[in-house]
Design a protein around this ligand. Structure first.
Ligand code: BG6
Ligand code: MG
Length: 212
């Protein structure tokens, strides 16, 4: 086997929360009269909640205090969490479920490496609450992607060397984080076009052959 463990980004890799992030940020942006669209939303992938808000504020014509920023990001998260309640195990694609099982059968350890502070809640909604061998997320890091901290911590939690871990990512910031942490990475979705990954996957199930 080429690797001993696989570390998965959550949003955009295991499940698709983009639309919920978009709806929640849109509500906040509209309230502030800030232009916000799906293209700007794509720039928020892999980026922490506050850093995401700073990107949205690039189009804000005013001054906002730190306290107000906390109020607006808290509000966004409340709206987002309400929307996440719509998620069920049916939102876990069959291809993802089957591939995870196949990788586990090969003896690989499986972990999550996500910038989100809602990772535990999302995994619970998907019926994956206890599934992964380790979860490294926005609650155990001080620097979000492209800093490697979230993946380095995941490798530590798994008690594996970074060079034995493969990271799976849908965002440029995530691929950069994996590389900075000394890990090989597989790109899915839009991240394929970055040209940064060790492996560019046409489908999630290709992981079965990549790890061999
Ligand atoms: C990442 C998402 O997984 O989590 C980002 O790709 C998001 O878009 C970040 O901003 C932080 O999420 P949360 O759930 O802590 O607000
Ligand atoms: Mg992602």
């Amino acid at each position: 086997m080429r690797y001993r463990a696989v570390i998965f980004d959550l949003d955009g890799v295991i499940c698709h929360t983009d639309k919920y992030h978009y709806m929640a940020w849109k509500q906040v942006a509209d309230e502030l009269g800030i232009y916000f669209d799906e293209t700007i939303n794509h720039r928020l992938r892999g980026v922490s909640r506050m850093e995401s808000f700073e990107i949205i504020l690039e189009r804000f014509d005013g001054v906002m205090s730190g306290e107000e920023k906390i109020q607006y990001t808290t509000k966004k998260n409340e709206v987002y969490k309400e929307l996440l309640k719509n998620m069920t195990p049916k939102d876990l694609p069959d291809e993802v479920r089957d591939t995870l099982s196949a990788l586990r059968e090969k003896g690989l350890k499986l972990a999550i490496g996500s910038s989100s502070k809602n990772a535990g809640f999302i995994l619970g909604q998907l019926g994956l609450g206890d599934y992964f061998d380790a979860v490294s997320d926005g609650n155990n890091i001080t620097h979000s992607k492209p800093d490697p901290e979230v993946f380095v911590k995941a490798a530590q939690f798994l008690e594996e060397n970074p060079k034995d871990c493969l990271v799976v990512e849908d965002a440029k910031a995530g691929l950069e984080a994996a590389k900075a942490g000394g890990m090989e990475c597989a790109a899915v979705g839009d991240a394929v076009s970055c040209g940064l990954a060790t492996w560019n996957l046409a489908s999630f199930s290709e992981l079965r052959t990549v790890v061999e």
